[in-house]
Write a protein that binds this ligand. Structure first.
Ligand code: NAD
Length: 294
């Protein structure tokens, strides 16, 4: 058996197109243009690439991108001051502070300083609490992308045995909360889990968010399972070049799974598409409009 490939590139392009259409209608009918501020502190090369890609996608969706850059030496107080200004700015509906931050700045303090209504990353404790309580919330983008991808191959997630490997605040925990909200039976596995392969073999839906290249082997997968691989790991490739692999040993897993996301081209492209959707949702909520149908 060979798994169906869940094509994140195509699915995310479709979502971005739908968001762009909704943004167009918002501008035409209400004169509202969603605006997002992406804040970059320092010059981490990977972060610079992400921020450039995000700003390009924001512009392509017809939204306004307000990029803000602070030097690597910026203090926590300076960044909090900038966030205060962005919180007060009516043209800005979403605020995203690119992580990681330089070590003199506490990420949790910064996340807590963002207006929860503009928290398009969904990392603010209020949004995390709302998600955990089953209340409407801005939901973290990568976890939202995982659920949307799983739903392209499963009519419903209700009743499925779902196993999430990883318990980080930005991926593992919110994925598990979202799966619970979809009425899956959810197990969260992590670095202290006993007999991880046996836990994984129970899963109809397996989400790997570990950060360990190809750790999940083919014989950990239940035949026919849906596998969502969040991992992005750079490993040495041929000819001195590096290549990107996920947390799942794809060639082995694809022989056993019913459907699987590739890396790259699976979960990765969904993250920015979901950021655009969150910004659109935040804009509508801030203007007293119903949630957009996307
Ligand atoms: P993290 O390091 O914060 O968390 C990793 C989790 O994996 C931890 O909860 C830990 O308990 C668990 N873990 C570590 N070693 C383990 C082991 N041997 N067995 C079982 N569990 C183990 O990482 P994160 O921020 O959650 O990211 C996870 C992966 O997802 C990384 O590869 C990251 O690059 C990737 N990621 C991708 C996107 C995307 O857009 N596609 C977004 C965020 C993160």
């Amino acid at each position: 058996m060979s798994a169906r490939i869940i094509d994140g590139k195509t699915i995310s392009a479709d979502l971005r197109g739908k968001v762009a259409d909704a943004v167009h209608r918002l501008r035409r009918d209400r004169g509202i243009v969603p605006g997002i501020a992406v804040v970059l502190v320092g010059n981490n090369p990977a972060s610079e690439v992400y921020v450039r890609n995000k700003s390009k996608a924001v512009a392509e969706a017809g939204m306004h991108a307000f990029d803000r850059k602070l030097p690597a030496t910026a203090s926590e107080a300076e960044l909090i001051d900038l966030i205060g200004k962005l919180n007060a700015d009516k043209e800005i509906n979403g605020i995203l502070v690119q992580l990681p931050l330089p070590k003199q700045i506490g990420a949790q303090k910064i996340i807590a300083a963002i207006d929860p209504d503009k928290d398009v990353d969904g990392f603010h404790p209020l949004n995390a609490g709302r998600l955990a309580s089953g209340l409407p919330a801005l939901v973290p983008c990568t976890p939202m992308g995982c659920i949307l991808l799983a739903k392209t191959v499963r009519e419903t997630l209700a009743g499925l045995e779902a196993v999430v490997i990883g318990r980080s605040n930005i991926v593992g925990k919110p994925v598990a909360q979202l799966l619970l909200a979809e009425n899956a039976t959810v197990t969260i596995a992590h670095s202290k889990t006993n007999d991880l392969p046996a836990v994984c073999r129970r899963a109809d839906l397996l989400v790997a968010a570990i950060g360990r290249p190809e750790m999940v082997r083919g014989d950990w997968i239940k035949p026919g399972a849906t596998v969502i691989d969040v991992g992005i790991n750079r490993i040495p490739g041929e000819g001195g070049k590096s290549r990107i692999v996920g947390d799942v040993a794809y060639p082995e897993a694809a022989k056993i799974a019913g459907a699987i996301t590739p890396v790259p081209g699976g979960v990765g492209p969904m993250t920015i598409a979901c950021l655009l959707l969150n910004t659109l949702r935040a804009t509508c909520a801030q203007n007293g409009l119903p949630a957009p149908k996307v």
